[in-house]
Design a protein around this ligand. Structure first.
Ligand SMILES: Nc1ncnc2c1ncn2[C@@H]1O[C@H](COP(=O)(O)OP(=O)(O)O)[C@@H](O)[C@H]1O
Ligand SMILES: [Mg+2]
Length: 318
């Protein structure tokens, strides 16, 4: 696995406000990396620095071997950047839009014709080739924007909130497109403020908050590692007191509660808060069984992604 985006100690201030704060992050070639954070976290600022549209105050970023500081042209050749806003293009048809950007990259006319057809095919917009760009739905504009980033066949795609403002169907289409691009060998680095929405397609997720990475890993790692405190629900037919006593004494268990509303009356529901791995979790159940506690239900409350996200980024709400 080779690093294709390397962000080192990057800092960007707007006046007194620090938007990106000594940010460090590596993305490997071939990844679909989700850059996730609430509004104002510093995602757009970071991406604009990577796209060489904005200069950092300090630190460095290297993409496909090119420094954003020393070799911005090299960076631009290696990346396709899609900003968060599409921009306004009056009086332009879909094919003309792509053809125009192809001309900007100095592709010859015959070459452009083939490329425009291929790109429209890729984003499934061939039947829309003669539509006016400014009349397209946001979903189609995003797909066209994606096609545009591919004109010069870059290795790395930097996409700022490609799925935002889209209806559920259009979001699914964008997700599928990102997966397709990764299959074509592109590295996809994209931002979002909705973790659950996109996490399933990501090889890894980096959560940014206050201009810094606060969590990094695969979805699984985030769910396991960050859900430091786990909630386990146990229902026993009998011997609730013995179960409670045994559970309370286990390492990692910080509380055992029997909620007031118990249904049905013949069973007792126990809520265990504990910190530990899956081995410890399974030992909890075998321990109860060894003590002949009649367990009829044993489950872990899985924290959903939004819970994790809220937990990690709660400082922004304070
Ligand atoms: N041009 C600007 N001038 C001043 N402050 C800005 C500017 N752009 C962004 N900011 C501030 O920098 C912080 C990060 O913004 P941004 O990078 O847009 O975050 P995100 O894309 O994660 O929402 C926010 O506090 C925002 O208000
Ligand atoms: Mg943004």
């Amino acid at each position: 696995m080779s690093t294709i985006i390397e962000i080192k100690d990057l800092t960007k201030k707007y006046g007194k406000r620090t938007a990106v704060n000594h940010l460090n992050l590596n993305v490997n070639a071939g990844e679909i990396f989700g850059f996730v954070g609430p509004n104002g976290a510093g995602k757009t600022t970071t991406m604009r620095i990577l796209a060489t549209l904005l200069r950092a105050n300090s630190g460095e970023a290297v993409i496909a071997g090119h420094s954003v500081k020393k070799s911005p042209r090299g960076v631009r050749g290696a990346i396709g950047y899609m900003p968060d806003a599409f921009g306004i293009y009056h009086d332009m048809r879909v094919w003309e839009y792509l053809d125009f950007f192809g001309a900007c990259y100095q592709l010859r006319e015959t070459e452009r014709k083939r490329l425009v057809n291929d790109l429209l095919e890729l984003v499934d917009m061939t039947p829309r080739r003669d539509d006016m760009v400014d009349k397209l739905s946001r979903g189609l504009q995003q797909r066209l924007g994606l096609a545009r980033t591919l004109i010069h066949d870059p290795q790395v795609l930097i996409l700022d909130e490609p799925a935002s403002g889209l209806d559920p169907r259009a979001r699914v289409e964008i997700r599928e497109l990102l997966v397709e691009l990764a299959r074509m060998g592109k590295t996809v680095f994209f931002s979002t403020h909705i973790l659950a929405d996109v996490a399933e397609i990501c090889t890894r997720v980096g959560i940014i908050e206050g201009g810094q990475i606060v969590a990094l890993g695969t979805l699984d790692e985030l769910q396991r590692g960050l859900a430091a405190q786990r909630a386990v629900h146990i229902v026993v037919l009998d011997q609730a007191a013995a179960a409670q006593e045994f559970l309370s004494a286990l390492p990692g268990v910080s509380g055992v509660e029997t909620p007031a509303e118990q249904t049905p009356q013949t069973r007792t529901r126990l809520e265990v808060k504990f910190t530990g791995d899956d081995t410890a979790l399974s030992a909890m159940l075998t321990g109860l069984a060894a003590r002949h506690v009649p367990v009829v239900h044993f489950s872990e409350d899985s924290q959903n992604l939004e819970d994790i996200f809220m937990q990690l980024t709660k400082s922004s709400l304070e």
